[in-house]
Design a protein around this ligand. Structure first.
Ligand code: PRT
Ligand code: ZN
Length: 291
């Protein structure tokens, strides 16, 4: 195992090839990290920061970060929790969202209490065991590494726990989702081994940039014209980060207003602004922002 010192780059673990890969790479590029083609090598140097990416299977990421082989990692909360990894969770990232759920064959009892003494197939034995123990239901857990959804049809198990996002896989296999036992999203994790001052500073910088990047993705920049007398009403409508920018226009009594609104309220805000007298409302995406 390598020693951690200030001469080595901040090493970040990323899933090599899977559901989290593209979104993680896009996030890293979006916060200004440039690197060579990540598909060609397992260890990729960042061209403009003292950072390197280690591309590995997602299952290995919590352990590599726990051991300090990697300083940071991007991985599903489900994988971190199943590993019971001793790492720090820096933040959730809002992608790779899924849930670990109990699913049962369509025909038969749909009560989890009726699973007492039955066989449950899963790739998540730790989380599944914890859940059933917390409910006081004694079950036999069968660990499978994949294709868990087929286990009831093969009569290997009476029920399963598996990751679900759209629910299509369960449905296609004649299973009904009856209970969520763990909600997951991709997380940025950090090793609990000590980091050099340089690495710690870089980690904080990355975290701050992610904050701005996420905020920007969830916001829209809007510009509009309005009569001066509509400004107080418009200020009430805009749940702005700060006060909106209000600039007089050459047209007498008219002003231009620029502001940022959260995407979630965007359409309501647009409609209310129009009603309050705003015209020529323009909305623009925001690449990034410092918050
Ligand atoms: O090769 P490697 O080990 O790196 O990858 P992997 O095959 O183990 O993982 P991968 O790439 O499939 O998933 C990586 C991570 O993506 C998971 O650990 C989760 O954090 C997250 N994620 C999000 C999902 C899903 N959504 C998901 N739907 N992981 C798996 N699934 C599977 C699920 O197991 C089931 O087979 O998709 C199927 C269900 O999907 P729906 O849409 O039909 O419900
Ligand atoms: Zn995996």
């Amino acid at each position: 195992m390598r020693t951690l010192d200030s001469t080595t780059s901040l090493r970040i673990a990323v899933q090599k090839s899977g559901r989290l890969t593209d979104k993680t790479i896009n996030l890293l590029k979006g916060i200004g990290l440039n690197f060579d083609d990540y598909k060609r090598s397992l260890l990729v140097k960042c061209l403009n920061f003292d950072v390197e990416l280690l591309l590995i299977r997602d299952d290995d990421i919590p352990e590599y970060v726990e051991d300090g082989v990697c300083d940071l990692g991007f991985v599903g909360a489900n994988t971190v929790a199943e590993d019971e990894a001793d790492v720090s969770i820096l933040r959730g990232l809002g992608y790779g969202v899924c849930r670990l759920s109990i699913a049962l064959p369509k025909n038969g009892s749909h009560k989890i209490e009726d699973l007492a003494g039955k066989k449950i197939a899963t790739s998540y034995p730790v989380l599944t065991k914890k859940y059933f123990e917390s409910k006081g239901i004694d079950v036999n857990i069968i660990t499978l590494s994949g294709s868990v959804e087929i286990a009831p049809r093969l009569e290997i198990a009476d029920a399963i726990t598996d990751l679900v996002s759209t629910g299509g896989t369960l449905k296609a296999n004649g299973l009904i989702e009856v209970e969520t036992i763990f909600d997951s999203e991709t997380q940025l994790i950090q090793t609990n081994k000590p980091l050099s001052e340089g690495k710690q500073k870089l980690t904080e910088k990355i975290l701050q940039r992610i904050e701005g990047y996420k905020k920007a993705a969830e916001s829209r920049y809007i510009m509009m014209n309005a009569p001066q007398e509509a400004v107080p009403k418009i200020k009430e409508i805009i749940p702005s980060l700060k006060s909106p920018t209000v600039m007089p226009l050459a047209d007498n009594g008219m002003v231009a207003i620029h502001t940022v609104v959260p995407l979630t309220t965007f359409w309501d805000v647009m409609e209310n602004l129009k009603e309050a007298g705003a015209t020529g409302i323009v909305m623009l995406p925001i690449e990034s922002m410092i918050v």
